[in-house]
Design a protein around this ligand. Sequence first.
Ligand SMILES: Cc1cc2nc3c(=O)[nH]c(=O)nc-3n(C[C@H](O)[C@H](O)[C@H](O)COP(=O)(O)O)c2cc1C
Length: 192
Amino acid sequence: MSLSLLVFYGSYRETRAGIRLADYCVRTLSERGHAAELIDARAVGLPMLDKRLSDYEPGTAPAAMTALADKISAADGFVFVTGEYNSGLQPGLKNLIDHYYKEWRRRPAGIVSYSAGRMAGARSSYAWHPTLTTLGIAVIPATIAVGAITDSLDSASQPTGPGGEALARSFPGFADELEWWASAVKTKREQD
Ligand SMILES: Cc1cc2nc3c(=O)[nH]c(=O)nc-3n(C[C@H](O)[C@H](O)[C@H](O)COP(=O)(O)O)c2cc1C
């Protein structure tokens, strides 16, 4: 079943490295036959949270905010590519996510973490669970964690070295799991 999947990434840094992993996820999911789209928080450019989408009077929210709401509502599943800042979440991604609420519900998500070091963003991966659960997202048990991010993916987002090999080896199992849950949800949503 071909699925509509959104891959979220939220670093605003000029020299950001995690975009390599986000691009890898989009490319690899596309190669598996899905409509996978990168949602780059920096490119979307939502303001620092003032009003959630639901707080705006109808027709007054920024166009980029409503356009993304439509994409989130229509998607079959999500991937959150998350780096780790001081053992916690990246604020750009958290800011984007908090603009929405009902748009997220009843879809699965996989978490793909990374960092420059050996922890591979594992602490931020776990830190996302309560937030995503609060939004009604079902976090799948399969995860990906990539350490030494710039040694594991080159600037063309191709896997390199032992970290890249591990990513290429583990991604199919992660994608299988996401596809199972997203297919089940898609079927159920079509019946409702
Ligand atoms: C503010 C800041 C805090 C960081 N904290 C951590 C950390 O807690 N653990 C870690 O493994 N790496 C940490 N790093 C290094 C990041 O893993 C590395 O810079 C990574 O490339 C950040 O993702 P990005 O390039 O996509 O923004 C930190 C980097 C920054 C800029």
